[in-house]
Design a protein around this ligand. Sequence first.
Ligand code: SAH
Length: 293
Amino acid sequence: MNEATTVARLVCTDQAAARRISAYMAETLDANDTACGSFETDDGVWHVAVHFREPPDQHMVRELVALAADDAAAAALTFENVEAKDWVAESLSGLKPVRAGRFIVHGAHDRAAVKSNDLGIEIEAALAFGTGHHGTTRGCLLALDALAKQRRYQRVLDLGTGSGVLAIAAAKVFHTRILATDIDRIAVIAARSNAQLNRAAPKVTLAHATGTKAQIISAQAPYDLVFANILMAPLMRLAVPLSRLVAPHGRLVLSGLLPAHAKAILGIYGAQGLKLVRRIPLEGWMTLVLKRG
Ligand code: SAH
């Protein structure tokens, strides 16, 4: 955990540019070895930060930025080494709390931002994705907020839980047990600690699992609500087994997609009996809510 990792940073002209570059990098780079984010600091300036587990090929990273933006942006990119354990600590420190429906996701320094009607989710520094500042996480939280107003879900799966943010949010609204899994052991550790921090630990079961294969996932199936915010490629690969986990009348919330990918995803999940009920385009990303008919 304490080896050095690399972060590439870019100051952007505006929010749209930051979102676009960050979304492009996230889609192109391997999600297991990188974390991309765009955020606004208190001074109103927009930044992109890409964290790399291993030192990256800097030339390749500049080329990607040139493709997503232009040569000037590529030249302005800076690289620095940070301690691995400080990844999110560092990126959280300048961040504002994020609202999504009734939820507000915040770091320890912003506890005061949680008002009496809010459902606060505190995320602590860790090497896991899901501070709430990403359009995919916010899309899933908005979907959850709306679903929770319609009915109660009793069996919930959060596949690719990262920091645990969605599982914690679901535990807060449904007061039921949530199964949360991740392919990344470090994310599982981070999510467990965030669940404790939010007093959701008794409700959130965490497991290290790749895709849908783990016994613990099938043992509790089917689920009436499943979240999978894990990018296009794994969502395509997992379409058949993931769809099978969804109970009749259950909902499946998919994210990590670019808007251009939605049609292909709807085609492949449609063939598994899941129909679109809502699209949530946000910050260059698309969240889809599907229903088993
Ligand atoms: N659910 C969180 C985190 C999303 S990031 C949120 O909405 O913010 C995606 C997470 O999925 C990462 O932690 C990554 O390790 C995990 N992941 C990617 N592919 C996976 C797979 N095939 N099986 C399980 N987890 C996966």
